[in-house]
Design a protein around this ligand. Structure first.
Ligand code: SF4
Length: 318
């Protein structure tokens, strides 16, 4: 019998800044404005040059500078420079830095092979609770971002957060919203189903998503989302191997970027590919690495920087 395929992206996360003007109560990432500074290009280059050769994806993940801040354009330009640096060293950037204007997103398209933004949940009820102090989490603003990425033909990753006080019907509404965007633009390559997992730096101090429900969420997502969207689950947030395998049986087909640190959930280190194979192979699954851009979108790449052709094999022929 042929093995069943499950994918992951060998990745590393660069953080331009942990400073963020939002204050999501479950956040274990942010620092206050003016307290931690910005990552220098020199440090980024030293870090990138030290990465193992199998690393392909550089996830650029940043706290947000307010759209009205005098620092906004400098922040955006710094992210562009980090992407260019990653490209110049042969990596493939994937940027996720919060809501962007049309021109900001268009600028980043020129230095990324794909981008991302979680829808989180489409219900506005979370604006009264965990997102009370997070204007970037306004659901229609995030839906607009998904559409804007589609208009710009940017291969995109989105997803939903689970266990923050939403209902099952909220999951359905959020997933139907994602499916609707995909039917219009076809640019969503992945949907992450991310269980809220409490960390030691957050304000919320919640109990976390009941992981026994995760296979059910995968089943619901697989029924609602078109086949063109791969369902991704984060293996470091799933404590039991049997839950992970149940999620794959329900239709999950990707484990996301595996990097030394999960910057969003720093209390939950990623398992190595070797460790994952020990769980997956006895159950008939073959773990394969992938690029941060899915093959069907390679013709959408529109970089203004030369990249090393061996990193995206089909680009050598273009
Ligand atoms: S979750 Fe993201 S947007 Fe919210 S406070 Fe943390 S870094 Fe900022």
């Amino acid at each position: 019998m042929n093995p069943k395929i499950i994918t992951y992206s060998p990745a590393y996360t660069l953080v331009p800044t942990y400073e963020c003007f939002n204050r999501c109560s479950y956040c274990n990432f942010r620092s206050d404005i003016g307290t931690s500074g910005w990552m220098s290009l020199e440090l980024a280059e030293t870090t990138l040059r030290s990465l193992p050769p199998e690393t392909r994806e550089i996830l650029i993940l940043s706290g947000e500078v307010h759209p009205g801040s005098a620092n906004r354009s400098a922040w955006l330009n710094h992210i562009v420079e980090l992407c260019k640096l990653a490209l110049s060293l042969g990596f493939l950037p994937h940027t996720n830095v919060g809501p962007l204007s049309h021109s900001e997103m268009a600028q980043l398209k020129q230095v990324n092979v794909s981008m991302g933004l979680m829808l989180e949940q489409f219900t506005p009820s979370l604006l009264k609770t965990v997102h009370r102090h997070a204007p970037s989490k306004e659901p229609h603003l995030r839906l607009h971002q998904l559409r804007q990425a589609g208009q710009l033909k940017i291969p995109f990753t989105t997803g939903i957060l689970l266990g923050l006080g939403e209902s099952k019907s909220d999951w359905v509404e959020s997933l139907e919203t994602i499916a609707s965007v995909q039917s219009q633009y076809g640019h969503l390559q992945e949907c992450i189903l991310q269980p809220y997992s409490p960390g030691e730096d957050e304000v919320l101090k919640g109990t976390g998503f009941d992981l026994e429900q995760l296979p059910e969420v995968v089943t619901i997502a697989r029924a609602i989302l078109p086949d063109s969207i791969t369902i991704q689950i984060p293996p470091n947030l799933i404590a039991l191997p049997e839950t992970l395998l149940a999620c794959l049986d329900a239709g999950a087909r990707d484990l996301g970027g595996l990097s030394p640190i999960d910057e969003v959930n720093p209390n939950y280190p990623h398992p190595t590919a070797t460790k994952l194979r020990q769980i997956l192979e006895p159950a008939g699954w073959e773990l394969q690495s992938r690029l941060p851009i899915y093959p069907q979108y390679l013709d959408w790449i529109d970089l203004n920087v030369e990249i090393l052709p061996d990193r995206v094999p089909h680009c050598a022929d273009r």
